[in-house]
Design a protein around this ligand. Structure first.
Ligand code: PLP
Length: 432
């Protein structure tokens, strides 16, 4: 047995892997990664594999970016961790100020957690607690979009509508009211969704605290797009009915959709903004909820019972915040969003051969997200495609029949060519 196979075996025995049927690892063992640089993962003996999904959408600048590494090394010599109750530190202050600045100052208060699901939970709790402060404790239910994904802890699962993640735990969660999902591919779906929202709010606004959505792209649903006008209409409708909007930009924030935040394209600012995944460029776990001032002010009072009572041990960890600051710095220094904007036409041309494949339909792109549907896929398509693509040198994990790329923002033209050609090659093999 070679070294990688032996580690895979030990991993399967001792590590319970996420989102995985462990029995499948007998046929498809996990791959041992030795190192990573840029868009590339490196296996034993130096074989390189292109990480075309930024390792579950977190490695925004690829792996091991020297600027983030340098910032972390500097931070390691200064301060590892300190609790954030009664104490503070420079990275968390600077990061909060910079994120707030990105919203034009309108979301000026940052509350930190360690992962995306806890950001969802914090926003849900803040919203319901706010209404309680306003003397409306009955406003404590939530509206979510069909097929939406907001994390898998029990509270977050309540607003997540993906049966695969939810069914087994249904008895443990308090569900939300679900409105039909908008989908740019289905004419009239946005209008139908908005109509359902307006009808529901007209009858139930006294019970609803907030609506939660992933602006522009329902990612885990299979990269389902909707228009900025839809987001704008949702925000306007909720505001009209005195209901908060929580923008879950855990996946789509930080330039993924072409603008720094996806909600910007709607022209309206949400009440809460949840961020995680790309925030530290994949170096350390961190999440944050940004909140508007009037919401924050409702908690600002004499008694501790008026405060937002929520905490995590690692809240605002200095190392994570420092990595996040380095990520912010990279946006400023590289002008990556403008660069990619200028590359749009070129990139569309590069992906065209894939979208033109006879067994591919509904090719679509938004910012640095590409997706398409495979026509008439064979059984266990996603699993088989993932396995063959790895052999061909790319990390891809289709969602059902949906094939997608969400590579680092700084992917080069040559890397995109490599990705497209290896994807086509894999497609031929899997469909044969
Ligand atoms: C990944 C994701 C989450 C959950 O984040 P975790 O860090 O995995 O808990 C929530 N919302 C969206 C939109 C996501 O993509």
């Amino acid at each position: 047995m070679n070294q990688a196979a032996s580690w895979a075996k030990r991993s399967a025995a001792a590590v319970w892997h996420p989102c995985t049927q462990m029995q499948w690892l007998e046929e498809h063992p996990v791959h041992l990664i030795q190192s990573a640089q840029g868009a590339w993962l490196v296996e034993e003996q130096g074989r390189r594999v292109l990480d075309a999904i930024s390792s579950w959408w977190v490695n925004l600048w690829g792996h091991g970016h020297p600027a983030i590494v340098a910032a972390l090394k500097d931070q390691l010599d200064r301060l590892d961790h300190v609790m954030l109750a009664g104490l503070t530190h420079q990275p968390v202050v600077e990061l909060s100020e910079r994120l707030s600045l990105r919203t034009g100052g309108s979301l000026g208060h940052c509350f930190y957690g360690s992962d995306g699901a806890s950001a969802t939970e914090m926003a849900l709790k803040m919203s319901a607690h706010y209404w309680r402060h306003q003397g409306q404790p009955n406003k404590n239910s939530f509206i979510a979009l069909a097929h939406g994904y907001h994390g898998e802890t029990l509270g977050a699962l309540g607003v997540t509508d993906i049966p695969l993640f939810r069914t087994a735990y249904a008895a443990l969660i308090r569900g939300a009211h679900t409105i039909p999902a908008p989908d740019s591919r289905i004419p009239g779906s946005e209008a139908r969704s908005l109509e359902a929202l307006a009808t529901y709010l007209a009858a139930h606004q006294g019970e609803v605290a907030a609506l939660i959505l992933e602006p522009l792209v329902q990612a885990a649903a299979g990269m389902v797009f909707h228009s900025p006008e839809y987001v704008r209409a949702v925000l306007a409708c909720c505001r009209h009915h005195d209901v908060h909007v929580i923008a879950d930009e855990i996946a789509v924030g930080f330039g993924r959709t072409g603008t720094f935040f996806a909600y910007e394209q709607s022209g309206i600012t949400p009440d809460f903004l949840c961020l995680s995944k790309g925030i530290t460029g994949g170096f350390l776990p961190l999440s944050v909820v940004l909140t508007q001032d009037p919401l924050y002010q409702a908690f600002y009072a004499e008694g501790v019972d008026r405060a937002f009572l929520h905490s995590h041990s690692y809240t605002g960890n200095p190392l994570a915040c420092r990595a996040a600051l380095a990520v912010q710095q990279l946006f400023d220094e590289t002008g990556i969003l403008a660069l990619n904007q200028a590359r749009q036409a070129q990139m569309a041309q590069q992906v065209a051969p894939l979208f033109a494949h006879p067994r591919i339909t509904q090719g679509r792109q938004r910012g640095m997200i590409w997706a398409c549907e495979v026509i008439d896929p064979p059984a266990h398509f996603a699993r088989r495609f993932h396995a063959r693509a790895w052999e061909a040198g790319v990390l891809l994990r289709p969602i059902g029949h949906t094939l997608y790329f969400m590579p680092p923002l700084n992917l080069t033209g040559e890397e995109l060519d490599f990705l497209v050609s290896r994807t086509l090659e894999t497609l031929e093999e899997v469909l044969a």
